[in-house]
Design a protein. Structure first.
Lengths: 548, 580
């Protein structure tokens, strides 16, 4: 038993190896089939030509067999005819008593069998139905049942000298048997049969069959090889084209294909090259255009800033002296002042967002304690909050929460979120919480204002979007703040998401990876505030009970 | 367009060229790739058929006799013929056979569901259960008892335990082969053929049966001549395989104690009668054995050619008696050997140094040395009016002469040509013997015996009891029922006689080749009428002496020229002789 275990395990191991190899081979074949035209074409050629060769081989074999057997049948009938002559000559004369007849029949069979030659071309059976006890004579141990009953019947019912033939199985006394051709006719009331073993013919057919097999297999393999070779000639330029296209796609616009000869592939290469040239031209054009645009925006901002500064100085002067004006003019000066401030903010934001659009924004990451950023942002907005009657509650972790972030951008995000919260907080408390785990840090800003209607959670980040277009802007936001914040978060590889429900307030969550550029898998803080989540649960339970 | 057409034509021409058969080529030599069956030996067999419904008893018996002529079934057990019997398994004929010339159904007595069919059989001879043939033409009655089985069909219940076959049936169903044994003389290994009939069931069976019978020993008739065999008692044939001319004989382990050389010689000589065998490999218990004196384990026919039962020496010239009574050697023309010697019915010894001759009156046999002409011995007739026939030498240099008168005969032996003595056990003493020839192996004697008014050719044994006991010539059996008379005989070779004889169809003397096996005799073309005497030697032309009444040509001795196949005669000669 103990000896069998290693055997079994080794067998199992071997089976596993085989299965793995098989799977590997199958996998490779499948991959080859999917990926390579050459494999596909060669395989298809193999299968199709194999089918054709098999069909052709079967047809050829049939033809050759038929030809061979026809020749044999002709020869057999001639032999029989010859034998009939001999038999007639011997049987016609002499006394007709049983003993003499038997002797004569014996003599006929001996003579005819002797003519068969040394190779045993045929055996002879003569059937005499008049003699009790003796059915006839046969040569060389051939059995009587070698002559099929259908032939016997036919010959018996026939007129004399009509030969019949059929195929059957010749069986001998020593137990051997062989396929054979049997021809028979009636001679002087006796039935004479010649039985030709088809051993030679079988040998010849086997040789032919083997040759056909060999030639067919060689042909199929050759065809597959040719197909593979021919496909190679087509596939290699196509592969080169694919390579070129890949390089082109990777931005190497100067990539071109080699043009060889004048064939279709050369035309493909030429077309490809033309396409690449056109593409390159267009892309260069577009790049130039975008460069011009960027330049234009930059120029515009610069050009706008200078007159704006002048206007600002003038407006400041007007604003300072507003008490000397009549109330209407004084109000106008105040308006001018405030709108100018908005205009300036708008201009800064526009410049910022256009920088994002141009892809020119870069991350200037440092390892910073996020709490510090939060504290500073809260400090900046506390005045505004007080004015609105809101209190900012901070929920910060005890230890330092370090992350690689761009200080300026994260501060901007936080400021934006806090201002936003204060603005929509309706004077209620604002909660700022910071969470962290191994990979990420998160900052959530919660207000308890009117909240967001369903679907608005995504729209809040759209440029110039307002929850209530009729509402007056009290804090003078530009409408671009959240858009820029979202872009900032994205630049860090982080998320900025919003949650809100009507009359429940809203929460904005910023999640950032601890390492700049790392992929973010989850956030340490929930998007939906825990108290809202908790409040929902009992209802759900009650509902379940009601159902029950 | 035209180019394409030309291309098509070229392809067609090429294709048709491929399919043609060559109409000319260089001359190539070839080798025959092994024969599948002996060319001159197609064998023909009867196809037996079983009984039909409603046959009467007479027809059943006739049909049974016809069907039993076939050794069908895998072991030749007459499968079909047994269908005629009420108890198929109770009949065990073996090869024991009565060979008949004709059979007539003399009576059929039906008594209720029993019937008795009586046949009058005119036989030619019998084949014993050991295959030995005995000619016997005494006719007898044979009865068959039949009974109706529950289906009202007649079946044979009582029948002879031997086959009843016609001559043709026997020729068809049996083959004669020689088994070979060693002559009793322990000093010289001389092979004695022992012809037997073996049924031809199929070719492989035939070969196997032949070897089995060879191992099993001689027939009862020859066993009495105390011939020797190399096979120890109890040896069995384990396997016989014949492929590509090589016969592999695998014997059971009892053969280890036997004489390997003797067994090989016997097997080789026996098996070489089959055309498909030319080499022999002897195995014992499945392992090839090394036979002393043979290199390798495969023995070829030529290995043992020195044991040819016909002798191996050159072909001697014949002798004859000239018109003036002198002995002449027939070398181109008759040349007188010893001018002073006058002979009648001469017999030359095998060493050609002695001649035995019968005196003119026939009552005296004189042995004379051919070297110095000295008379070595003289044998006087003992019986009243006894006359000697031509004496006969054996290989050991003993001379045999038979003396007979109208009422009987006596056999004499002159040992080594000098010491004469009468043979005690002479079976043919009551009959006149016209001729006696000892076979070259010295164990058998062929004689022409006057049985009543028929001169029969008989074959007997010369038994030499061991340790110098009495000499016996006995066991004489008739070998052919066809011969109705004979004038002279000679041994052509170890198992064939040349006989000047008469048959029923031909009352004038003709030349016949008579196999001692009992197989049918074959007439031979002779030199003409009036043949009287004959001499033969293996490989040498027959010498036939004619007595021509025409005084111009007188007697002459003729020989068959092998060059032209015609008879040449020396006028004025008679009494032809070869050594022996």
């Amino acid at each position: 038993m103990s000896a069998r275990f290693p055997l079994r395990t080794s067998a199992r191991h071997g089976l596993r190896v085989v299965r793995r190899l098989l799977n590997g081979a199958l996998g490779r074949a499948n991959t080859g089939w999917r990926r390579s035209i050459r494999v596909r074409v060669a395989t298809t050629t193999l299968v199709v030509s194999g089918l054709v060769v098999v069909l052709l081989g079967v047809f050829l074999m049939q033809q050759i067999t038929n030809a061979l057997l026809e020749a044999k049948e002709r020869a057999a009938l001639l032999q029989l005819d010859d034998g009939v002559g001999v038999a007639q000559g011997r049987l016609a004369t002499g006394p007709t008593d049983q003993e003499t007849t038997n002797a004569k029949l014996n003599d006929v069979v001996t003579t005819l069998a002797r003519r068969s030659g040394p190779t045993g071309l045929y055996e002879v059976i003569i059937i005499d139905e008049n003699d009790p006890g003796i059915g006839g004579f046969s040569s060389n141990g051939i059995k009587l049942d070698s002559v099929p009953a259908r032939l016997t019947q036919q010959v018996k019912d026939s007129l004399a000298s009509t030969p019949y033939r059929t195929y059957g199985r010749l069986s001998y006394d020593d137990g051997s048997s062989a396929a054979g051709l049997i021809v028979g006719t009636k001679v002087n009331g006796y039935q004479l049969y010649y039985l030709f073993p088809l051993t030679e013919e079988r040998q010849s057919l086997i040789v032919v069959q083997r040759t056909l097999f060999g030639v067919g297999a060689a042909l199929v393999l050759l065809l597959a090889a040719i197909a593979s070779l021919v496909t190679r000639q087509v596939v290699i330029p196509v592969r080169l084209a694919a390579q070129s296209a890949e390089r082109l796609a990777a931005g190497r616009l100067e990539e071109r294909m080699k043009v060889r000869g004048e064939d279709d592939l050369a035309r493909l290469a030429t077309s490809f090259n033309d396409m690449a040239a056109n593409l390159q031209e267009k892309i260069v054009q577009l790049e130039e255009l975008s460069k011009v645009q960027r330049q234009f925006v930059s120029d515009v901002s610069h050009e706008l800033r200078t007159p704006l500064t002048t206007i600002r100085i003038a407006a400041d002067v007007l604003y300072e002296a507003r008490e000397d004006f009549d109330p209407l003019t004084s109000r106008s000066a105040e308006l001018l002042q405030s709108q100018l401030e908005r205009f300036e903010g708008l201009l800064v934001d526009l410049l910022e967002i256009s920088r994002y659009d141009a892809g020119a924004a870069t991350l200037d990451a440092d390892s910073i304690d996020v709490r510090e950023l939060v504290l500073r942002a809260v400090g900046d907005t506390e005045d505004l909050a007080e004015r609105k009657g809101s209190k900012i509650i901070q929920q910060l972790p005890g230890e330092a929460t370090m992350a690689e972030v761009d200080r300026r951008r994260v501060e901007r995000i936080l400021r934006n979120l806090l201002v936003n919260a204060v603005e929509h907080g309706e004077g209620k408390d604002i909660v700022v919480s910071v969470g962290a785990d191994r990979d990420a840090v998160a900052i959530a800003v919660r207000d308890h204002g009117c909240g967001l209607r369903p679907g608005e959670a995504h729209m809040v980040f759209d440029r110039f979007w307002r929850a209530d277009p009729a509402r007056a802007r009290t804090t003078g936001g530009t409408g671009l703040g959240l858009s820029i914040s979202k872009e900032d978060a994205r630049l860090h590889g982080g998320w900025l998401q919003a949650w809100g429900e009507p009359d429940q307030g809203s929460q904005f969550r910023l999640s950032l990876p601890r390492v700049a550029g790392a992929e973010l898998r989850g956030s340490p803080l929930p998007l939906v505030p825990p108290e809202v989540e908790l409040r929902r649960a009992p209802y759900a339970e009650l509902k379940l009970e009601a159902d029950a | 367009m035209r180019r394409e057409l030309a291309g098509l034509l070229a392809v067609t021409a090429l294709l048709t060229g491929c399919a043609s058969v060559p109409s000319g080529s260089q001359v190539v030599g070839g080798r025959v790739a092994g024969h599948q069956q002996p060319i001159d030996d197609p064998y023909v067999r009867v196809i037996p058929v079983g009984p039909d419904r409603g046959w009467d008893p007479g027809k059943i018996v006739t049909a049974f006799q016809a069907a039993s002529g076939s050794f069908d079934g895998p072991n030749g057990e007459h499968k079909v013929a047994r269908e005629y019997l009420a108890c198929g398994g109770c009949w065990r004929p073996g090869v024991a056979t009565v060979v008949y010339d004709r059979v007539t159904q003399s009576s059929v007595e039906v008594n209720g569901d029993h019937a008795v069919v009586t046949d009058e059989v005119y036989p030619l001879g019998r084949i014993g259960s050991d295959g030995q043939y005995l000619a016997d033409s005494r006719n007898f009655k044979q009865t068959y008892e039949l009974r109706q089985d529950p289906q009202k069909q007649w079946r044979i219940t009582t029948l002879p335990q031997e086959l009843l076959l016609s001559r043709n049936d026997v020729d068809r169903a049996f083959r004669t082969f020689d088994l070979y044994f060693f002559a009793p003389d322990p000093h010289a290994q001389i092979l004695v053929p022992n012809p037997v009939y073996i049924p031809l069931v199929n070719r492989t069976w035939l070969a196997e049966q032949l070897v089995k019978q060879q191992i099993g020993g001689p027939t009862a008739w020859l066993r009495s001549a105390s011939v020797r065999t190399g096979f120890p008692a109890g040896t069995q044939l384990r396997r016989l395989d014949i492929t590509g001319g090589l016969a592999t004989v695998d014997l059971s382990r009892q053969a280890r104690s036997g004489d390997l050389r003797g067994m090989s010689i016997q097997l080789m000589w026996t098996l070489r009668q089959l055309r498909e065998v030319s080499q022999l490999k002897l195995e014992i218990d499945g392992k090839p054995v090394q036979v002393p004196g043979v290199s390798g384990t495969v023995q070829s026919a030529s290995t043992w050619s020195a044991y040819d039962p016909d002798g191996t020496g050159g072909v001697p010239e014949g002798y004859a008696r000239t018109a003036d009574g002198r002995l002449a050697r027939l070398a181109g023309t008759p040349q007188v050997v010893l001018p002073k010697l006058h002979v009648s019915h001469p017999a030359i010894s095998y060493d050609e140094r002695q001649v035995a001759a019968v005196s003119g009156a026939g009552d005296k046999v004189t042995v004379t040395s051919l070297v110095d002409g000295a008379t070595r011995a003289v044998l006087q007739a003992n019986l009243k009016g006894g006359r000697f026939s031509t004496p006969s030498w054996d290989r050991r240099g003993n001379l045999w002469a038979v003396e007979s008168n109208a009422r009987g005969s006596r056999l004499w032996e002159i040992e080594a040509g000098t010491k004469k003595r009468a043979v005690d056990g002479w079976n043919l003493a009551p009959y006149p013997v016209k001729a006696l020839r000892i076979s070259r192996d010295g164990t058998r004697a062929a004689a022409i015996v006057q049985m009543g008014d028929v001169a029969e050719v008989q074959l007997g044994r010369v038994d030499r009891a061991p340790a110098g006991g009495g000499l016996q010539a006995e066991g004489f059996i008739t070998i052919s029922s066809d011969l109705r008379g004979a004038l002279d005989l000679a041994w052509r070779d170890a198992d064939h006689l040349a006989v000047v004889g008469l048959t029923l169809e031909n009352p004038s003397p003709l030349l016949y080749d008579v196999p001692v096996s009992g197989a049918p005799l074959q007439p031979m073309a002779g030199p003409g009428s009036d043949m009287r005497s004959i001499a033969a030697y293996p490989g040498a032309p027959l010498l036939v002496g004619r007595h021509v009444s025409n005084p111009q040509s007188l007697d002459n001795v003729c020989w068959l020229s092998d060059k032209y196949g015609e008879w040449k005669c020396f006028d004025h000669t008679s009494d032809p002789a070869y050594p022996g």
